[in-house]
Design a protein around this ligand. Sequence first.
Ligand code: 3PG
Length: 210
Amino acid sequence: MRDQISSICKGVKVIPVVVIDDVEDAVPLARCLVDNGLPVVEVTLRTDAALDAIKAIAKEVKDCIIGVGSIGSPEQLNAAIEAGGHFGVSPGTSPKLLRALEKSDWPFLPGSGSLSEMMGLREAGFTELKLFPAEIVGGVGMLKSVAGPVSDISFCPTGGVKPENAEEYLGLGNVFAIGGTWIAPLQDVKDKKWDVIAARAKAASTLGQG
Ligand code: 3PG
C-alpha cells in the first residue's frame, strides 16, 4: 500500500519547488528552507545536478522530506528512488510512467490538469494529485468545480501559485498543500541569497494556518 503524500508531509501546507544548478547549493538551500519552517522540498529533475543534489540533501539534511519533481519516465522514477527521495512528483502522467508506478509502492504525487486525468489516476489508486499548471487550467474555480465529481481527490496545486493567491487555494476543502518556485527561485539560489530565501520561507510557513 502506497503512503499518502499528505501523511509523509505531516500536514505541511507549503512545498517549495526548487531547481538546483550547482550541487554545492543543495545542502545550504535545504538547510535554509527546513530551518525556516518548510521541511518538505520538491527538487525538480530539470538540471544535470539534480540527482547529486538530492543525494547530498538526503545525506546531510536528515530532517528534510525530499520530493523529487518533474519525473517524466520510468528511468527518472528509478533514479529518483535510488537517489534517496522520499516521494516523487510528476507534472502530468503518461501511460508508460503509470505502468511503472503500478509496479512500485513508492509514494507518488502524479500531475493532472483535467477531469479525465483525475478520473484515470483515481482508477489507478491515486487520491492525492498535483494540479498543474494550476492557474492555467482553471485554478481555484477548477478545484471548486471538481470538488463534486471527484470528491475523494485532494490536490496540491502548483504553477502560478504565489503569496497573493495562496490562502485562497489553501482555504479549499480539496487542497492539502500548495507548491511553487516563488520561495527559492533559481536566480536567488545561484546568487546564494539565503537571507532572502529564509525570509520568504518563514512567511510561507505561516500560510494556511488560519
Ligand atoms: C512546478 O514544477 O511545480 C512549477 O514549476 C511550479 O510553478 P511556478 O514556477 O509557477 O511556481
